[in-house]
Design a protein around this ligand. Structure first.
Ligand SMILES: *Cc1c(COP(=O)(O)O)cnc(C)c1O
Length: 236
């Protein structure tokens, strides 16, 4: 490996192999099958050409957190038959755009947003899978409904035309042990499934904490940095 002309494809392939190894190890440690966990590659700040490389390497699920960036990238990659995940905070006035390319929204945290997504999904003739983002820390501004708000919001999504209630999503609180947060999310998911047995998705875990998330039942891990490299610090 002393070739200085390492290509972007080589870099991404190495990142993917390492992430796959970490996911496989975490599944084994938790006594879970590898097939129970979906890797969602978070491509924010990276170009459509990187998404093409990921797709060529077998990645099928891609995620973004800003509509302005995601919409052109998804259009650029429309020939790839990828599943697009929207994971960022979402303004109601972006619902129409996001519905045009996203298959799964991880960040539904209020009824008004669910209503807008429902209207736009109906209008576009699409069925959109929605996860309820739950706020697990005391961190205003990072999105998510308080745990007490999960059940009513889930009921609203389940009852909305054009929407499918997929499950729950959370981001571990910054600078704290993620394990208790992920354990809480699993408890909330179990309670939700008593009323909505199909809501099986638990979206949790990022580059730094995917093993802890898998240990606590994550079905989807959202990984950016470990696949594509460090983002510029001033970009969210
Ligand atoms: C950016 C982002 C990720 C990926 O984070 P990394 O630490 O780069 O793996 C996951 N989830 C959300 C909501 C994000 O915005």
């Amino acid at each position: 490996m002393n070739d200085t002309h390492t290509t972007r494809r080589d870099e991404i392939a190495a990142g993917l192999a390492e992430v796959e190894r970490r996911i496989a190890d975490a599944c084994e440690a938790a006594g879970r099958a590898r097939g129970e966990v979906t890797l969602v590659a978070i491509s924010k700040t990276y170009p459509a050409s990187d998404v093409r490389i990921l797709a060529a390497l077998g990645v099928r699920d891609v995620g973004e957190n800003r509509d302005q960036e995601a919409a052109p990238k998804a259009a650029d990659c429309a020939d790839l038959s990828l599943t697009w995940h929207f994971v960022g905070q979402l303004q109601t006035n972006k619902a129409r755009s996001v519905v045009s390319y996203a298959d799964v929204i991880h960040s539904v945290d209020r009824e008004r947003l669910a209503g807008a997504l429902s209207r736009e999904a109906v209008r576009a003739g699409r069925r959109l899978t929605c996860l309820v983002q739950v706020a697990l820390g005391d961190e205003p501004g990072r999105g998510g409904v308080a745990p007490e708000g999960l059940a009513p919001l889930a009921d609203a999504i389940a009852g909305a035309e054009g929407l499918v209630l997929g499950g729950v999503m959370a981001v571990a609180p910054l600078g704290a042990d993620p394990a208790p947060a992920f354990a809480r999310l699993r408890d909330l998911s179990e309670a939700l499934r008593a009323d909505h047995p199909g809501a099986t998705v638990v979206s949790a875990g990022m580059s730094g904490d995917l093993a802890e998330a898998i240990a606590h039942g994550a079905t989807h891990v959202r990984v950016g940095t470990a696949l594509l490299g460090r983002r510029k610090p001033f970009v969210r």
